[in-house]
Design a protein around this ligand. Structure first.
Ligand SMILES: NC(=O)c1ccc[n+]([C@@H]2O[C@H](COP(=O)([O-])OP(=O)(O)OC[C@H]3O[C@@H](n4cnc5c(N)ncnc54)[C@H](O)[C@@H]3O)[C@@H](O)[C@H]2O)c1
Ligand SMILES: O=C(O)C[C@H](O)C(=O)O
Length: 373
Protein backbone atom coordinates (compact mmCIF):
# COMPACT_ATOMS: atom_id res chain seq x y z
CA UNK A 1 0.00 0.00 0.00
CA UNK A 2 1.59 3.22 -1.10
CA UNK A 3 2.00 6.17 1.27
CA UNK A 4 1.09 9.78 0.43
CA UNK A 5 4.27 10.82 2.24
CA UNK A 6 7.55 11.06 0.35
CA UNK A 7 9.99 12.02 3.12
CA UNK A 8 9.47 8.97 5.29
CA UNK A 9 11.53 7.20 7.89
CA UNK A 10 10.23 3.73 8.79
CA UNK A 11 9.98 3.26 12.53
CA UNK A 12 9.51 0.05 14.48
CA UNK A 13 5.90 -0.58 15.60
CA UNK A 14 6.82 -1.83 19.09
CA UNK A 15 8.86 1.29 19.78
CA UNK A 16 6.01 3.53 18.65
CA UNK A 17 3.43 1.59 20.62
CA UNK A 18 5.51 1.80 23.84
CA UNK A 19 6.09 5.48 23.19
CA UNK A 20 2.37 6.10 22.78
CA UNK A 21 1.62 4.21 26.02
CA UNK A 22 4.10 6.47 27.84
CA UNK A 23 2.70 9.61 26.22
CA UNK A 24 -0.84 8.69 27.23
CA UNK A 25 0.37 7.89 30.75
CA UNK A 26 2.23 11.21 30.77
CA UNK A 27 -1.03 13.11 30.35
CA UNK A 28 -2.82 11.10 33.03
CA UNK A 29 -4.29 8.06 31.27
CA UNK A 30 -4.04 4.97 33.56
CA UNK A 31 -1.58 2.35 32.27
CA UNK A 32 -4.14 -0.32 31.29
CA UNK A 33 -6.19 2.26 29.39
CA UNK A 34 -3.10 3.78 27.79
CA UNK A 35 -2.27 0.31 26.42
CA UNK A 36 -5.71 0.05 24.80
CA UNK A 37 -5.44 3.54 23.23
CA UNK A 38 -1.93 2.88 21.91
CA UNK A 39 -2.94 -0.52 20.55
CA UNK A 40 -5.88 0.90 18.60
CA UNK A 41 -3.60 3.57 17.09
CA UNK A 42 -0.74 1.24 16.19
CA UNK A 43 -3.21 -1.25 14.67
CA UNK A 44 -4.17 1.50 12.23
CA UNK A 45 -0.52 2.07 11.27
CA UNK A 46 0.06 -1.67 10.96
CA UNK A 47 -2.90 -1.97 8.60
CA UNK A 48 -1.61 0.84 6.38
CA UNK A 49 -4.22 3.38 7.53
CA UNK A 50 -1.91 6.35 8.05
CA UNK A 51 -4.82 8.72 8.63
CA UNK A 52 -5.86 7.24 11.98
CA UNK A 53 -2.70 5.99 13.65
CA UNK A 54 0.17 7.71 15.42
CA UNK A 55 -0.42 10.79 13.25
CA UNK A 56 -3.40 11.59 15.43
CA UNK A 57 -1.69 11.08 18.77
CA UNK A 58 -0.98 14.77 19.32
CA UNK A 59 -3.52 16.66 17.23
CA UNK A 60 -6.54 14.70 18.38
CA UNK A 61 -5.97 12.96 21.69
CA UNK A 62 -3.18 14.73 23.56
CA UNK A 63 -4.27 18.21 22.50
CA UNK A 64 -7.87 17.51 23.50
CA UNK A 65 -6.84 16.11 26.89
CA UNK A 66 -4.66 19.17 27.47
CA UNK A 67 -7.50 21.48 26.41
CA UNK A 68 -9.66 19.81 29.07
CA UNK A 69 -12.31 18.61 26.62
CA UNK A 70 -11.48 14.90 26.95
CA UNK A 71 -10.87 13.17 30.28
CA UNK A 72 -7.79 10.95 30.58
CA UNK A 73 -9.43 8.84 33.29
CA UNK A 74 -12.45 7.09 31.84
CA UNK A 75 -15.54 6.74 33.95
CA UNK A 76 -17.43 3.96 32.14
CA UNK A 77 -21.04 3.80 33.27
CA UNK A 78 -23.69 1.31 32.17
CA UNK A 79 -26.89 3.32 32.51
CA UNK A 80 -29.38 0.74 31.18
CA UNK A 81 -29.04 -2.96 30.51
CA UNK A 82 -30.92 -6.04 29.29
CA UNK A 83 -29.57 -9.55 28.55
CA UNK A 84 -28.75 -8.52 24.98
CA UNK A 85 -28.33 -4.75 25.15
CA UNK A 86 -26.67 -1.98 27.12
CA UNK A 87 -26.53 1.80 27.07
CA UNK A 88 -23.20 3.24 28.16
CA UNK A 89 -22.28 6.78 29.20
CA UNK A 90 -18.61 7.47 28.52
CA UNK A 91 -18.50 10.73 30.52
CA UNK A 92 -16.06 12.35 28.04
CA UNK A 93 -13.39 9.70 28.73
CA UNK A 94 -11.05 8.01 26.27
CA UNK A 95 -13.02 6.88 23.21
CA UNK A 96 -10.81 3.86 22.55
CA UNK A 97 -11.29 2.56 26.09
CA UNK A 98 -15.04 3.17 26.05
CA UNK A 99 -15.33 1.43 22.67
CA UNK A 100 -13.13 -1.51 23.69
CA UNK A 101 -15.12 -2.14 26.85
CA UNK A 102 -18.44 -1.72 25.02
CA UNK A 103 -17.52 -4.22 22.31
CA UNK A 104 -16.39 -6.66 25.04
CA UNK A 105 -19.85 -6.38 26.61
CA UNK A 106 -21.55 -6.91 23.23
CA UNK A 107 -19.41 -10.02 22.66
CA UNK A 108 -20.22 -11.46 26.10
CA UNK A 109 -23.93 -10.91 25.54
CA UNK A 110 -23.71 -12.54 22.10
CA UNK A 111 -21.88 -15.50 23.62
CA UNK A 112 -24.71 -16.05 26.10
CA UNK A 113 -27.77 -14.94 24.15
CA UNK A 114 -26.84 -14.98 20.45
CA UNK A 115 -26.56 -11.24 19.87
CA UNK A 116 -25.36 -8.22 21.79
CA UNK A 117 -25.68 -4.52 21.10
CA UNK A 118 -24.23 -1.63 23.07
CA UNK A 119 -25.12 1.99 22.38
CA UNK A 120 -22.77 4.65 23.78
CA UNK A 121 -23.19 8.36 24.51
CA UNK A 122 -20.81 11.08 25.69
CA UNK A 123 -17.73 9.42 24.29
CA UNK A 124 -14.80 10.80 22.32
CA UNK A 125 -13.06 9.85 19.07
CA UNK A 126 -12.49 6.07 19.02
CA UNK A 127 -9.96 5.79 16.15
CA UNK A 128 -10.34 3.16 13.43
CA UNK A 129 -13.80 1.65 13.61
CA UNK A 130 -12.37 -1.63 12.29
CA UNK A 131 -10.56 -2.40 15.54
CA UNK A 132 -13.80 -3.32 17.28
CA UNK A 133 -15.28 -5.76 14.72
CA UNK A 134 -11.83 -7.40 14.72
CA UNK A 135 -12.37 -8.11 18.44
CA UNK A 136 -15.61 -9.94 17.55
CA UNK A 137 -13.90 -11.84 14.73
CA UNK A 138 -11.25 -13.03 17.23
CA UNK A 139 -14.12 -14.68 19.10
CA UNK A 140 -15.56 -16.24 15.94
CA UNK A 141 -18.38 -13.68 15.72
CA UNK A 142 -19.61 -11.02 13.32
CA UNK A 143 -18.81 -7.51 14.52
CA UNK A 144 -20.50 -4.27 13.50
CA UNK A 145 -19.88 -0.73 14.65
CA UNK A 146 -20.47 2.88 13.75
CA UNK A 147 -19.79 6.26 15.28
CA UNK A 148 -20.74 9.84 14.68
CA UNK A 149 -18.05 12.51 14.55
CA UNK A 150 -17.59 16.29 14.22
CA UNK A 151 -19.66 17.80 11.39
CA UNK A 152 -18.02 17.18 8.02
CA UNK A 153 -20.37 15.79 5.33
CA UNK A 154 -22.88 18.01 3.51
CA UNK A 155 -26.24 16.41 2.67
CA UNK A 156 -26.92 15.85 -1.04
CA UNK A 157 -27.80 19.25 -2.60
CA UNK A 158 -26.42 21.00 0.51
CA UNK A 159 -23.09 22.73 1.16
CA UNK A 160 -23.09 22.90 4.95
CA UNK A 161 -21.07 20.32 6.83
CA UNK A 162 -23.64 18.59 9.01
CA UNK A 163 -22.84 14.90 9.45
CA UNK A 164 -19.69 13.26 10.76
CA UNK A 165 -17.67 11.06 8.43
CA UNK A 166 -19.58 8.32 10.26
CA UNK A 167 -18.01 4.95 9.42
CA UNK A 168 -20.31 1.95 9.14
CA UNK A 169 -18.05 -1.02 9.63
CA UNK A 170 -18.66 -4.75 9.29
CA UNK A 171 -16.29 -7.59 10.07
CA UNK A 172 -16.83 -11.32 9.33
CA UNK A 173 -14.60 -14.31 9.99
CA UNK A 174 -13.65 -16.38 6.96
CA UNK A 175 -11.60 -19.52 6.28
CA UNK A 176 -8.83 -17.34 4.77
CA UNK A 177 -5.72 -15.80 6.32
CA UNK A 178 -7.46 -12.44 6.74
CA UNK A 179 -11.05 -11.64 7.64
CA UNK A 180 -13.59 -9.67 5.65
CA UNK A 181 -13.47 -6.18 7.11
CA UNK A 182 -15.28 -3.35 5.39
CA UNK A 183 -14.05 -0.37 7.35
CA UNK A 184 -14.65 3.03 5.84
CA UNK A 185 -16.28 6.40 6.22
CA UNK A 186 -19.63 7.22 4.62
CA UNK A 187 -17.93 10.14 2.86
CA UNK A 188 -15.72 9.81 -0.24
CA UNK A 189 -12.73 10.69 1.94
CA UNK A 190 -12.44 11.34 5.66
CA UNK A 191 -10.78 14.19 7.50
CA UNK A 192 -7.74 12.19 8.58
CA UNK A 193 -6.89 11.50 4.95
CA UNK A 194 -6.98 15.22 4.21
CA UNK A 195 -4.72 15.80 7.23
CA UNK A 196 -2.24 13.32 5.73
CA UNK A 197 -2.24 15.31 2.47
CA UNK A 198 -1.76 18.43 4.60
CA UNK A 199 1.28 16.95 6.35
CA UNK A 200 2.65 15.86 2.98
CA UNK A 201 2.11 19.37 1.53
CA UNK A 202 -0.06 18.01 -1.31
CA UNK A 203 -3.38 19.01 -2.88
CA UNK A 204 -6.23 16.55 -2.38
CA UNK A 205 -7.90 14.92 -5.41
CA UNK A 206 -11.05 16.44 -6.90
CA UNK A 207 -14.39 15.14 -5.69
CA UNK A 208 -13.59 14.84 -1.99
CA UNK A 209 -14.55 18.29 -0.75
CA UNK A 210 -16.91 21.04 -1.88
CA UNK A 211 -16.83 24.75 -1.09
CA UNK A 212 -19.76 27.01 -0.27
CA UNK A 213 -20.58 27.19 -3.99
CA UNK A 214 -20.99 23.40 -4.18
CA UNK A 215 -17.93 23.03 -6.46
CA UNK A 216 -15.05 20.68 -5.80
CA UNK A 217 -11.97 22.07 -4.01
CA UNK A 218 -8.44 20.70 -3.74
CA UNK A 219 -6.55 23.36 -1.71
CA UNK A 220 -5.75 21.15 1.27
CA UNK A 221 -4.41 23.67 3.82
CA UNK A 222 -7.30 26.09 3.41
CA UNK A 223 -9.79 23.20 3.36
CA UNK A 224 -8.51 22.02 6.74
CA UNK A 225 -9.29 25.47 8.12
CA UNK A 226 -12.60 25.86 6.29
CA UNK A 227 -13.89 22.44 7.39
CA UNK A 228 -13.69 23.80 10.92
CA UNK A 229 -15.47 27.05 10.19
CA UNK A 230 -18.15 25.68 7.87
CA UNK A 231 -16.67 27.06 4.62
CA UNK A 232 -16.06 23.60 3.14
CA UNK A 233 -17.73 20.21 3.44
CA UNK A 234 -16.93 16.61 2.66
CA UNK A 235 -18.79 14.88 -0.14
CA UNK A 236 -20.91 11.85 0.82
CA UNK A 237 -19.94 8.43 -0.53
CA UNK A 238 -21.20 8.30 -4.09
CA UNK A 239 -20.20 11.85 -4.92
CA UNK A 240 -21.60 15.33 -5.48
CA UNK A 241 -25.30 15.54 -6.37
CA UNK A 242 -27.46 12.64 -7.53
CA UNK A 243 -25.74 11.49 -10.71
CA UNK A 244 -23.42 9.02 -9.02
CA UNK A 245 -25.85 8.40 -6.16
CA UNK A 246 -24.31 10.57 -3.45
CA UNK A 247 -27.65 10.32 -1.67
CA UNK A 248 -26.78 6.72 -0.78
CA UNK A 249 -23.71 7.80 1.19
CA UNK A 250 -25.71 10.66 2.66
CA UNK A 251 -28.37 8.13 3.70
CA UNK A 252 -25.88 5.74 5.29
CA UNK A 253 -24.16 8.61 7.12
CA UNK A 254 -27.58 9.55 8.49
CA UNK A 255 -28.23 5.95 9.59
CA UNK A 256 -24.98 6.05 11.55
CA UNK A 257 -25.84 9.46 13.03
CA UNK A 258 -29.21 8.12 14.23
CA UNK A 259 -27.80 4.90 15.71
CA UNK A 260 -25.04 6.92 17.40
CA UNK A 261 -27.44 9.34 19.07
CA UNK A 262 -31.10 8.36 19.16
CA UNK A 263 -30.85 5.05 21.09
CA UNK A 264 -28.60 6.43 23.80
CA UNK A 265 -29.87 9.99 24.30
CA UNK A 266 -26.67 11.30 22.76
CA UNK A 267 -25.49 14.35 20.83
CA UNK A 268 -25.74 14.73 17.06
CA UNK A 269 -24.85 16.87 14.05
CA UNK A 270 -23.80 20.41 15.03
CA UNK A 271 -23.88 19.56 18.76
CA UNK A 272 -20.58 17.81 18.05
CA UNK A 273 -18.72 21.07 17.49
CA UNK A 274 -16.81 23.00 20.10
CA UNK A 275 -13.56 21.06 19.96
CA UNK A 276 -11.58 24.19 19.42
CA UNK A 277 -12.73 24.57 15.84
CA UNK A 278 -15.74 26.84 16.22
CA UNK A 279 -14.73 29.07 19.09
CA UNK A 280 -15.94 27.73 22.40
CA UNK A 281 -14.20 24.59 23.60
CA UNK A 282 -16.37 21.86 25.06
CA UNK A 283 -16.36 18.06 25.15
CA UNK A 284 -17.27 16.58 21.77
CA UNK A 285 -19.79 14.01 23.14
CA UNK A 286 -19.63 11.48 20.33
CA UNK A 287 -21.89 8.41 20.26
CA UNK A 288 -21.10 4.91 19.01
CA UNK A 289 -22.83 1.56 18.62
CA UNK A 290 -21.41 -1.96 18.72
CA UNK A 291 -23.08 -5.19 17.63
CA UNK A 292 -21.76 -8.72 18.05
CA UNK A 293 -23.50 -11.68 16.41
CA UNK A 294 -22.82 -15.21 17.56
CA UNK A 295 -22.66 -17.18 14.33
CA UNK A 296 -23.19 -20.50 16.12
CA UNK A 297 -26.82 -19.62 16.90
CA UNK A 298 -27.45 -19.59 13.13
CA UNK A 299 -25.06 -22.15 11.71
CA UNK A 300 -21.70 -23.75 12.46
CA UNK A 301 -18.78 -21.33 12.47
CA UNK A 302 -16.92 -23.57 10.01
CA UNK A 303 -19.79 -23.47 7.53
CA UNK A 304 -20.12 -19.70 7.81
CA UNK A 305 -16.39 -19.21 7.30
CA UNK A 306 -16.37 -21.51 4.28
CA UNK A 307 -19.39 -19.84 2.62
CA UNK A 308 -17.96 -16.39 3.28
CA UNK A 309 -14.56 -17.47 1.96
CA UNK A 310 -16.24 -18.95 -1.15
CA UNK A 311 -18.07 -15.67 -1.81
CA UNK A 312 -14.86 -13.65 -1.49
CA UNK A 313 -12.80 -16.07 -3.61
CA UNK A 314 -15.41 -16.04 -6.35
CA UNK A 315 -15.46 -12.24 -6.39
CA UNK A 316 -11.67 -12.03 -6.64
CA UNK A 317 -11.59 -14.65 -9.39
CA UNK A 318 -14.12 -12.82 -11.57
CA UNK A 319 -13.22 -11.19 -14.90
CA UNK A 320 -10.95 -8.14 -14.52
CA UNK A 321 -11.46 -4.76 -16.13
CA UNK A 322 -9.09 -3.88 -18.96
CA UNK A 323 -5.67 -2.99 -17.53
CA UNK A 324 -6.46 -4.38 -14.05
CA UNK A 325 -4.59 -7.38 -12.74
CA UNK A 326 -6.35 -7.96 -9.50
CA UNK A 327 -9.70 -7.69 -7.74
CA UNK A 328 -9.62 -7.19 -3.97
CA UNK A 329 -12.14 -7.89 -1.24
CA UNK A 330 -12.56 -5.69 1.85
CA UNK A 331 -9.83 -6.23 4.44
CA UNK A 332 -7.37 -7.62 1.89
CA UNK A 333 -5.39 -4.45 1.24
CA UNK A 334 -4.94 -3.90 4.97
CA UNK A 335 -3.64 -7.46 5.31
CA UNK A 336 -1.23 -6.84 2.42
CA UNK A 337 -0.13 -3.58 4.08
CA UNK A 338 0.63 -5.53 7.24
CA UNK A 339 2.72 -8.08 5.30
CA UNK A 340 4.61 -5.21 3.70
CA UNK A 341 5.08 -3.26 6.92
CA UNK A 342 5.62 -5.91 9.58
CA UNK A 343 9.40 -5.88 9.28
CA UNK A 344 9.68 -2.17 8.46
CA UNK A 345 7.32 -0.38 10.82
CA UNK A 346 5.29 2.77 10.25
CA UNK A 347 6.19 5.47 7.72
CA UNK A 348 6.65 8.77 9.57
CA UNK A 349 7.12 11.97 7.64
CA UNK A 350 8.99 15.05 8.78
CA UNK A 351 5.97 16.89 10.23
CA UNK A 352 4.97 13.82 12.21
CA UNK A 353 8.48 13.15 13.47
CA UNK A 354 8.70 16.71 14.79
CA UNK A 355 5.41 16.26 16.65
CA UNK A 356 6.70 13.11 18.34
CA UNK A 357 9.97 14.78 19.36
CA UNK A 358 7.98 17.70 20.76
CA UNK A 359 5.80 15.34 22.82
CA UNK A 360 8.85 13.42 24.03
CA UNK A 361 10.56 16.63 25.17
CA UNK A 362 7.47 18.12 26.79
CA UNK A 363 6.76 14.94 28.74
CA UNK A 364 10.46 14.37 29.52
CA UNK A 365 10.43 10.85 28.11
CA UNK A 366 14.20 11.02 27.82
CA UNK A 367 14.64 7.25 27.42
CA UNK A 368 13.31 7.55 23.83
CA UNK A 369 16.04 8.31 21.31
CA UNK A 370 14.42 8.20 17.91
CA UNK A 371 16.31 6.65 15.00
CA UNK A 372 16.02 9.76 12.84
CA UNK A 373 17.65 12.09 15.39
N1 LIG B 1 -13.60 7.36 14.24
C1 LIG B 1 -14.11 8.07 13.27
O1 LIG B 1 -14.83 9.02 13.51
C2 LIG B 1 -13.83 7.72 11.85
C3 LIG B 1 -14.51 8.38 10.84
C4 LIG B 1 -14.24 8.04 9.51
C5 LIG B 1 -13.31 7.06 9.21
N2 LIG B 1 -12.66 6.45 10.22
C6 LIG B 1 -11.68 5.40 9.93
O2 LIG B 1 -10.82 5.80 8.89
C7 LIG B 1 -10.31 4.63 8.27
C8 LIG B 1 -10.23 4.83 6.78
O3 LIG B 1 -11.52 5.14 6.26
P1 LIG B 1 -11.69 5.52 4.72
O4 LIG B 1 -13.07 5.93 4.51
O5 LIG B 1 -10.59 6.42 4.30
O6 LIG B 1 -11.44 4.10 4.07
P2 LIG B 1 -11.01 3.75 2.56
O7 LIG B 1 -11.68 4.67 1.62
O8 LIG B 1 -9.53 3.64 2.51
O9 LIG B 1 -11.66 2.30 2.40
C9 LIG B 1 -11.18 1.26 3.18
C10 LIG B 1 -12.04 0.03 3.02
O10 LIG B 1 -12.23 -0.28 1.65
C11 LIG B 1 -11.62 -1.54 1.35
N3 LIG B 1 -11.03 -1.44 0.02
C12 LIG B 1 -10.10 -0.55 -0.40
N4 LIG B 1 -9.82 -0.74 -1.71
C13 LIG B 1 -10.59 -1.78 -2.12
C14 LIG B 1 -10.78 -2.45 -3.37
N5 LIG B 1 -10.14 -2.10 -4.47
N6 LIG B 1 -11.64 -3.48 -3.40
C15 LIG B 1 -12.33 -3.86 -2.30
N7 LIG B 1 -12.22 -3.25 -1.10
C16 LIG B 1 -11.35 -2.22 -1.01
C17 LIG B 1 -10.61 -1.76 2.42
O11 LIG B 1 -10.29 -3.12 2.58
C18 LIG B 1 -11.35 -1.17 3.62
O12 LIG B 1 -12.29 -2.04 4.13
C19 LIG B 1 -11.21 3.49 8.70
O13 LIG B 1 -10.48 2.69 9.58
C20 LIG B 1 -12.36 4.16 9.42
O14 LIG B 1 -12.91 3.43 10.48
C21 LIG B 1 -12.90 6.74 11.52
O1 LIG C 1 -11.72 13.44 12.39
C1 LIG C 1 -12.88 13.18 12.66
O2 LIG C 1 -13.58 13.99 13.30
C2 LIG C 1 -13.53 11.89 12.27
C3 LIG C 1 -12.70 10.97 11.48
O3 LIG C 1 -11.68 10.42 12.22
C4 LIG C 1 -12.18 11.54 10.19
O4 LIG C 1 -11.00 11.45 9.95
O5 LIG C 1 -13.00 12.07 9.44
Amino acid sequence: MSSVYEDVVWVDFDLLEHFMVDVFKGVGVPEEDAKICANVLITSDKRGIDSHGIGRLKPIYIDRIREGIQKPVTEFEIVKESPTTAVVDGHDGMGHVIAYRSMKIAIEKARKFGMGMVAVRNSTHYGIAGYYPLMAIEEGMIGITGTNARPSIAPTFGVENMLGTNPLTFGMPTDEEFPFLLDCATSVAQRGKIEVYGRAGKEIPEGWVIGSDGKTRTDTQQILIDLNTGGAALVPLGGIGEETAGYKGYGYATVVEILSAALQGGSFLKMLTGIGDRGEKKPIRIGHFFIAINIEVFTSLEEFKKTTGDILRELRASRKAFGQERIYTAGEKEYLAWLERKDRGAPLNDVLRKQLVQLRNELKLDNYKFVWE
